[in-house]
Design a protein around this ligand. Sequence first.
Ligand SMILES: C[S@@+](CC[C@H](N)C(=O)[O-])C[C@H]1O[C@@H](n2cnc3c(N)ncnc32)[C@H](O)[C@@H]1O
Length: 458
Amino acid sequence: MEQLPKAFLTRMEDMLQDEYTAFLKSYENPRHFGLRVNTLKISVEEFLKISPFSLTPVPWTPNGFYFEETDHPAKHPYYAAGLYYLQEPSAMAPAALLPVTPGDYVLDLCAAPGGKATELGARLENKGMLVANDISSSRAKALQRNIELCGIPNSFITNEVPASLAKAMPEFFDKILVDAPCSGEGMFRKEPAVAKTWDETRPAFFAKLQRECVWSAISMLKPGGLMLYSTCTFSPVENEGTISFILEEYPDMELLETDSYKGFSKGNPAWGNGDPELTKCLRIFPHRMDGEGHFMALMRKKGSSGQTLSDFRTKPDKEAQKLLTEFFAGMDIPFPADRIEVRSSNVYCLPPANNHFKGIRFLRNGLFLGELKKNRFEPSQPLALALKAGQFPSRLCLSPQDERIGRYLKGETLPVEKGECTKDKGWQLICVDNFPLGFGKLVNGTLKNKYPAGWRIH
Ligand SMILES: C[S@@+](CC[C@H](N)C(=O)[O-])C[C@H]1O[C@@H](n2cnc3c(N)ncnc32)[C@H](O)[C@@H]1O
């Protein structure tokens, strides 16, 4: 580990006192690597049966595991099938502590690149909706890719400043995650470059941004709704300081106790405004457990309110309807057929509530199903990843060891033996084992590759 900023170390010594030496020593230990099973695609139990990696459970999330650096799970075809997301183990805690249930309307306000949004989306089990927002357009693109890779159909991926979202969606959400932009002090071991950009002014700068974010988030939370605030930094002003601000400015917001795990520390009232409630916050310090630094606070907006109404108005025209009916005939599709929208020639299945979003800058609304071309429908890559193998009438299922998988992911045309695909011509869902990777089209015994250029491995 390179030299850590002096002002940071002085403050940490002041905060941690007799634990400071152990804290400092933790920077000599290697970082931890984590993988979170995407339960939308496979149960933890089933994944453990097929996993080629050496996994150890992460205590605070049932689908989280440590893996060995030598395992390289990003290179395995199961990664391209979206069976897991690679995530630093402490970073799994915020989504694990926000009790999302199927049918909820959920917002991840600062969502890119999607580490937590993909878990929140999985826990919705295709019911309700996930609004995943990020202020940065380049980061929002990575967010879109990860949500599509994980096969989450009921999402609205936006690229907005929080205040604009708040204007469009007042008291709309049951659950909100604010994984706030922060000074990143907890990531110095994982990403030494973050330490280089840090200076003493960063915590106050981010504390101001965080207050703006939570102001918008609270206005979008339904009475009775839950908000999880998290950062990956140690500085008091961004953690207990921000929560003290909320408690003082928003009397409707209360702190809740959350599950705690071995090694988690309580929030320190003295690092905020002295309110004893602040002990309900949670801190993760790297010298107490196997993960990087994090802070979390679960809050509730007092009161109660009913369900958000589902609304939907547009319908495809007759010609589009005919092509879609032909393509999807006999298929057990994983989305409601009554929420199809055609925009230009692109076909989407929209999330349940749709009319609140006018004027919001977005990258994707719902599941992109595919394109209407002259006299035919071409299915999309996100559709492939949102399907289960058995839901598509014809498939080519390859074992992870089959060299054609690597060639498919590079975009090459593949040789196929007679009988390998369920049907001997037309669209095929290409799978590793039984997990979809993308589409191909079988023409005269050759599989034309439909894996999109932007997804290919070089
Ligand atoms: C800690 S990162 C989020 C990580 C993400 N939740 C995950 O688990 O992958 C914070 C995010 O906040 C975004 N951000 C920065 N300023 C913001 C603002 N004023 N409003 C909303 N998001 C902001 C950044 O672009 C960044 O992607």
